[in-house]
Design a protein. Structure first.
Length: 209
């Protein structure tokens, strides 16, 4: 029994230390300053599209007003990361953004698709953007369930690829019934909270003043 408890304690401590290390690696990541005429690409699924609120109340629409840069809403409700990966090259070519905010993976989690493949698709999307000189921010999406905690792979990707990372905003919104339009989507107030968190992250990372 003592041996099992020791092993459990060691495992728990390693998890805590690893999580702290990964958070530190991604939380201090910097972005290039965005020119006043730069475009930001908000790429994702229904959370980016703004399902549950009016188009002017989506997080990209609110973020545009907060940071004074054009924000392109490229959210497709119901899309999984594999579909997003196929769609992204054409969107990058058309919009030519300076920065991409990637909020994807929620539908993969809802459909219980392979998590390793989801993580690989997210990595591939980040690499596609980087190949075109586009900076990237990633937003973690929580797994379905009572805890609403994001999978570890979001944090690992952010640390591995040294990109700014918003881990808590979506989980906090979806854990508050007053900020939701349904089980999995924010309402207008929830999207505003998400946009405010992202604006703060862009300022912290040096993208905007």
């Amino acid at each position: 029994m003592i041996t099992k408890r020791k092993k459990l304690l060691v495992s728990l401590l390693l998890t805590i230390v690893t999580s702290a290390f990964l958070m530190a690696c991604s939380s201090g990541a910097k972005l290039p300053r965005l020119a006043s005429d730069a475009a930001i690409l908000a790429f994702g699924d229904s959370l980016t599209f703004g399902t549950g609120a009016a188009p002017t109340e989506s997080y990209p629409a609110i973020l545009e007003r907060l940071v004074g840069r054009r924000v392109v809403n490229s959210g497709v409700p119901g899309e999984v990361t594999g579909e997003g990966l196929s769609r992204l090259p054409e969107v990058l070519e058309r919009e030519k953004p300076a920065l991409m905010i990637l909020c994807h993976g929620g539908n993969d989690l809802l459909r219980r698709l392979d998590r390793q493949q989801t993580a690989n698709n997210l990595r591939a999307m980040i690499l596609l953007a980087r190949e075109r000189g586009v900076a990237v921010v990633i937003i973690a999406v929580p797994s379905p369930g009572l805890s609403l905690s994001p999978p570890q792979f979001y944090r690992e990707i952010a640390a591995e690829m040294k990109i700014p990372f918003e881990e808590e905003a979506v989980s906090k919104v979806l854990s508050d019934g007053s900020l939701k339009s349904d089980y999995i989507h924010p309402n207008a107030t929830g999207y505003r909270r998400l946009a405010e968190s992202l604006a703060a992250l862009l300022k912290k990372s040096g993208a905007v003043e």
